[in-house]
Design a protein around this ligand. Structure first.
Ligand SMILES: O=P(O)(O)O[C@@H]1C[C@H](O)[C@@H](CO)O1
Ligand SMILES: Nc1nc2[nH]cnc2c(=O)[nH]1
Length: 197
């Protein structure tokens, strides 16, 4: 396996789909075992083990003592997954990142515009957030921005799909509970972080 410059959504989905097809275990908890701690995976009962080298699109462990195995199983009856071997930037692995690009709106992008933005390196496009973040930074605020990706950009002239506000609203509704939980958790952590600088 050669290390790619980045792992795309499709790469990650292919990996996830492959793993889901290999085992019925659906983990509630994921544990990344650091150096010397790979033995934690031995706590898991009814193990299903995959070597990283056999998993599609999966990076390889290069650090001494990292076994390079993904271990599914149960811990105290709860389905879990353990990584016996983690990945570091110093090993040459890229961080997964996305570039959010902003346009003025209110129209959605044409297919040509979507293709242009993609060629320029954009992974997502919106019409808000960036303006807000710039203004907030101008006012001296610290900013954490979170964007829900609500619809797929249409890149294909043969496609019958069109970006539309109904889909945006529907995805917002579908994900509302998860976002409420995520934002609440973040807010609690900010209060406890004592980091107001
Ligand atoms: O929350 P925002 O306003 O960014 O949501 C998007 C952008 C447009 O206002 C609208 C397009 O459907 O939704
Ligand atoms: N520019 C832009 N903004 C959006 N906001 C939600 N979906 C979209 C989209 O497809 N394009």
């Amino acid at each position: 396996n050669q290390t790619p410059e980045c792992y795309s959504y499709e790469d990650c989905k292919a990996t996830a789909d492959w793993l889901l097809s290999q085992t019925d275990i659906r983990p509630l908890v994921g544990i990344v075992c650091g150096s010397g701690l790979g033995g934690l995976a031995n706590m898991l009962k009814d193990q299903v083990v995959f070597n990283y080298k056999d998993i599609p699109n999966f990076p390889q462990s290069t650090v001494h003592g990292h076994a390079g195995r993904l271990v599914f199983g149960t811990l105290k009856g709860r389905p879990c997954i353990c990584m016996q071997g983690r990945f570091h930037i110093y090993e040459g692995y890229p961080l997964q990142k996305g570039v959010y690009c902003v346009l003025g709106g209110p129209s959605f992008e044409t297919i040509a515009e979507c293709r242009m933005l993609h060629r320029m390196g954009a992974d997502a496009v919106g019409m808000s957030t960036v303006h807000e973040a710039i203004t907030a930074r101008h006012c001296g605020m610290r900013v954490f921005a979170l964007s829900l990706i609500t619809n797929q950009a249409v890149m294909d002239y043969e496609s019958k799909e069109k970006a539309n506000h109904e889909e945006v609203l529907q995805t917002g509704k579908d994900r509302a509970m998860q976002l409420e939980q995520l934002v609440s958790t973040i807010v609690i952590r900010i209060e406890h972080s004592n980091n107001y600088a």
